[in-house]
Design a protein around this ligand. Sequence first.
Ligand code: ZN
Length: 291
Amino acid sequence: MKQSDTKSLPRILAIGAHPDDCDIKAGGCAILWAQAGCAVRFVSMTNGDAGHHEMSGPELAARRKAEAEAAGRVAGIEYQVLDNQDGQLVPGLEQRWELIRLIRAFRPDLILTHRPNDYHPDHRYASQVVQDCSYLIGVPNICPDSPRLETAPVMAYFWDEFKKPIPFKTDVAVDIDSVMDRKIRMLDCHASQFYEWLPWIDRHGIRMPEEPSLRLEVLADFIRQFNRPDEESRDFLKRYYGDARGVAVISAECFEACEYGAPLDGAAIRRLFPFIGNSLRETNNAARVLG
Ligand SMILES: [Zn+2]
């Protein structure tokens, strides 16, 4: 496979297990990519029809699809929800073929997904299916009805806090402070999750007040804790945004390179994350002026 065209704007495909996963992990970047004019699509591998304590089945799936589409409108991106059942995703051939065709049709320069070790089987298997596609999207004899990709996309993983067998390693950290309020409004669209289901299942320590007008601020605090840069991310931010900005960033989204895609080197970072590139150029220009 050839290297991607460096001149055109990158096309971004984020693949999560549930309708809200991509938003939590990459919602801020999606807004920045959309603002830069990039084509961005979020895909949920399942329809989310198990993620509630009072609703289920097609009624819940329809509600979650509508929530995802509303979040997509807030970010200015496309949101696609596949019809695999929630809690029952398997890394089978049908799922692989569906995703191979989807990836080939979208022609992404960057694919984001979960890491393969995660508490939720749907997250693990979504990651597995994406990895299973990484080589086969270029093999013409697989799904010959859809043209193979001639350019290998870069692949990267969403941040998570799991430590075993290997902790997350930051290869890219993006300052999302300028769009954090809008990211929170994206997540506010997923009312069935943040205001109903997640407080009820109580797996993530989210507590919601009864009073609806107070919920948005509680949601904002809940989300911000996942976007606080750690030491490694802070180092990246200082290197790429300059010391002053790097130290000041409050919220960042971080990604780890997946070895099965094209290399995520410095040139790829600048091409795929053009908003970081702008900061770099501004930093370089400032350095030249100061120097
Ligand atoms: Zn999920």
